[in-house]
Write a protein that binds this ligand. Structure first.
Ligand SMILES: Cc1cc2nc3c(=O)[nH]c(=O)nc-3n(C[C@H](O)[C@H](O)[C@H](O)COP(=O)(O)OP(=O)(O)OC[C@H]3O[C@@H](n4cnc5c(N)ncnc54)[C@H](O)[C@@H]3O)c2cc1C
Length: 447
């Protein structure tokens, strides 16, 4: 694979590693490092910004760590090498009546990547983050030492590695506690809403009875329709509510080429948002659907990130604390809409109270809003600086997995415990993201 093939999902920034090393087995030794060279593990590159990039350093491609180590169907415990994807896990466990305890919006994520970003799903209010369900993993340090970590064995390294952005070493395998399900189907309700304020009411009403809740919002609509959207709530269908057979796996489509950069602009983005809103309104109501359509609608179009053309795009994802959430979310959507940005995908989700186990975990009580934005030069940068200010004033945080630009002060405000975390970083492990957000603040071993 060419070195320039190792880009992130947003395709910005374009940082190249000096060297790529493919790993093929969890007992393999790390390659020798040249003096001063940094190293970073990488999964499927589904992080949007630069947390999976290591400019000028060594990148460990972990996708060859793809073996299932052990599966205990009686207890729902699964141990796999860290490069195994969530897609691979699902195809093994669903026929046995299990599901992932937490899943992000794509299944093309490795177990190592899911741990390193302590990812969240639509059930955060019920299940917390991914790390809450991790029983154990192995970390290999640049010295060659291996540590098997659990909440009680090397517990501090366990907590530093969950959400630790790959900076504590290489994960070779991960052991998970799975969630039992009776079928592979979802009972879903699709509810359109007219204004972002309705999202908070719907979330409040739904979180008790529905395991999964999330909303798509139109971040280009203004005035009385500000933040109009579609609320999705779902539960795993029980036996008797769904066909006994497994749903057929759809292959999906693939975007073969990069779209020309002019194709997406403020007007086409507005039109696409309006079209999506109307289509989903028309589809509203109760539905029974295969799990993959509910959890992974974006996986239906592979390489959809090419829609933004060569310039790439950013995702801005923040979380606001519960008390400020309603007004801050309204304010943020208002600013994006008023800026007439080329914004396509807005996603809103309420996080619950279950604490995340990682020292640098992003999920925390409050409401998270994610917006995809085309890169339009200075005006995008100005808008995001305004949004940073709003996040900072309300005591919120930005999500590193989606970030390509937050300044060091914003990182420190989002993760005040980052200095304590530094004690667990491996001195040779680093990323483009880490060097950017710690620039001028301190070197904590990691260069
Ligand atoms: C369409 C889409 C939807 C998404 N939805 C969500 C969502 O709902 N919730 C959410 O939380 N995230 C979401 N994400 C983000 C994604 O889940 C995370 O970025 C995830 O970490 C990507 O995993 P990966 O295997 O691609 O890892 P990469 O992006 O390659 O790497 C991510 C981090 O993990 C580290 N890492 C990877 N493998 C290892 C290893 N073996 N050992 C040590 N460190 C390792 C890397 O160093 C890096 O710091 C979404 C992304 C996309 C593209």
């Amino acid at each position: 694979m060419r070195r320039d093939a190792y880009e992130s999902w947003g395709r910005y920034p374009r940082h190249r590693p000096a060297l790529v090393w493919r790993l093929w087995g969890s007992s393999e030794r790390l390659p020798p490092l040249r003096e001063g060279m940094t190293v970073l593990a990488r999964g499927y590159g589904r992080s949007y910004g630069d947390s999976c990039l290591n400019e000028g350093g060594l990148l460990l491609d972990t996708r060859g760590l793809n073996r299932v180590v052990a599966f205990e169907p009686e207890r729902g415990i699964l141990r796999c090498e860290a490069g195994v994807s969530l897609a691979q896990v699902l195809s093994l466990i669903v026929p046995h009546g299990y599901f992932l305890p937490v899943t992000p919006g794509t299944r093309w994520v490795s177990l190592g990547g899911a741990v390193a970003n302590d990812v969240h799903g639509k059930n955060h209010h019920r299940a917390g983050s991914f790390g809450c369900h991790v029983r154990a993993f192995e970390v290999v340090r640049s010295t060659g030492e291996r540590f098997v970590c659990t909440p009680t064995q090397h517990g501090e390294l366990f907590r530093a590695t969950i959400g630790g952005l790959g900076l504590t070493g290489l994960l070779t395998w991960v052991e998970l506690q799975l969630r039992p399900v009776e079928t592979a189907w979802m009972r879903v309700e699709i509810i359109p809403f007219e204004h972002v304020r309705d999202f908070f009411r719907l979330s409040q009403e739904s979180d008790e009875a529905w395991e999964y809740t999330v909303a798509w919002v139109d971040v280009t609509a203004r005035g009385r329709q500000l933040g109009r959207g579609i609320f999705w709530r779902g539960n795993h269908a029980r036996r008797g509510e769904a066909p006994a057979r497994l749903p057929s796996q759809s292959q999906g489509l693939s975007l073969p080429l990069e779209a020309p950069s002019w194709m997406l602009n403020p007007w086409s983005a507005r039109a696409l948002n309006a079209l999506y809103y109307r289509l989903q309104r028309w589809r509203s109501g109760p539905k029974l659907m295969p799990y993959e359509r509910f959890f992974y609608p974006l996986d239906g179009l592979r390489n959809w990130n090419r829609l933004y053309g060569r310039r790439g795009f950013l995702q801005y994802q923040c979380v606001f604390p519960p008390r400020e959430a309603e007004s801050a979310v309204e304010e943020m959507i208002g600013r994006v809409a008023a800026a007439r940005a080329t914004a396509l995908l807005g996603v809103l989700k309420r996080f619950g109270e279950i604490p995340s186990p990682g020292m640098l975990s992003f999920p925390r009580p409050g409401t998270t809003l994610a917006v995809d934005l085309a890169l339009e030069g200075k005006r995008t940068w100005h808008l995001l600086e305004e949004l940073d200010e709003l996040v900072r004033q309300t005591g919120g945080a930005l999500y590193p997995a989606k970030d390509a630009r937050m300044p060091p002060e914003m990182f420190a405000a989002s993760f005040p415990q980052w200095r304590a975390f530094c004690a667990y970083c491996d001195p040779a492990f680093s990323s483009s993201f880490w060097r950017r957000v710690t620039a001028g603040m301190l070197s904590c071993g990691a260069s």
